[in-house]
Design a protein around this ligand. Structure first.
Ligand SMILES: [Zn+2]
Ligand SMILES: [Zn+2]
Length: 257
């Protein structure tokens, strides 16, 4: 499993099975995918899309034409070139691996995630722009309640699930997370590790559900320090109200520098 860098900070995830077959997720740019196919000597057997934003879907026509691979994407979003539309609780099989589709509205209304509970090497999640390491996607279309529920469904997956997010936002998310929870030791340790790997030009991903539950403020709204920090940002909210805390965190992150 490889994150192929694209544009400024996108990753196109490529999963290959060791038998010359691969799938890719959210190829906004076809070029890094075509290059990796050549380097690795793999054929594309599936192209998966989580949502309709152009930095995720831009490679659809070129890759489908070049490979004939089936193209999966959300039923309720308009993406030209899908061959299979899917929605929550559907299961698709690609590379002889079952992927369960999860509806995760919030960043966009039809956003889906692909979860492979029995992938080789352990459970695997492709979550697009819903869950980022130490953060989450902006609410372009959905409500805080929708996004909080979507994140809760991802946070409930097994702790060893590898989390493949589509952007390298980790260090800036960690900066915000540290402002929310300055005493979170897991957060401080992970920040030190991420700074090191970014200095080496390597990705901080994949993350894991266990790690995100320990460091991601958007999954930790019931922690007293998180609730207190959100209340400090917006004293009008009730710190016992998890949704109000979550929404305040999201508003705070939008203006955080
Ligand atoms: Zn997006
Ligand atoms: Zn994106």
């Amino acid at each position: 499993m490889l994150p192929l860098p694209a544009f400024e900070d996108n990753y196109v995830w490529l999963l290959h099975d060791g038998n010359g077959h691969a799938l890719v997720v959210d190829p906004g740019d076809p070029a890094p995918v075509q290059q990796a196919m050549q380097t690795l000597g793999v054929q594309l057997k599936g192209i998966l899309f989580t949502h309709h934003h152009a930095d995720h879907t831009g490679g659809i026509a070129v890759l489908h034409q070049a490979t004939g691979a089936p193209v999966y994407g959300p039923k309720t979003e308009s993406i030209a070139g899908l061959t299979h539309t899917v929605q929550g609780d559907d299961t698709i099989q690609v590379l002889e691996t079952d992927f369960v589709v999860m509806d995760v509205p919030g960043h966009t209304l039809g956003h889906i995630a692909f979860y492979a509970p029995r992938a080789a090497g352990g459970p695997l999640l492709f979550c697009g722009d819903t869950l980022f390491s130490a953060g989450c996607g902006r609410l372009f279309e959905g409500t805080p309640a929708q996004m909080m529920q979507s994140l809760a469904s991802l946070a409930a997956l097994p702790g060893n699930t590898r989390v493949c997010c589509t952007h390298e936002y980790t260090l800036s998310n960690l900066k915000f997370a540290a402002a929310v929870e300055p005493d979170n030791q897991d957060l401080l340790h992970h920040t030190a590790w991420c700074m090191q790997v970014r200095q080496q030009g390597k990705p901080t991903l994949p993350s894991s559900i266990e790690l995100e539950n320990a460091i991601n403020p958007f999954l930790r709204v019931r922690q007293p320090q998180v609730a207190a920090a959100a209340h400090g940002f917006d004293p009008t909210i009730d710190p016992q109200d998890a949704l109000a805390v979550w929404a305040a965190l999201r508003r705070w992150k939008n203006v955080f520098k």
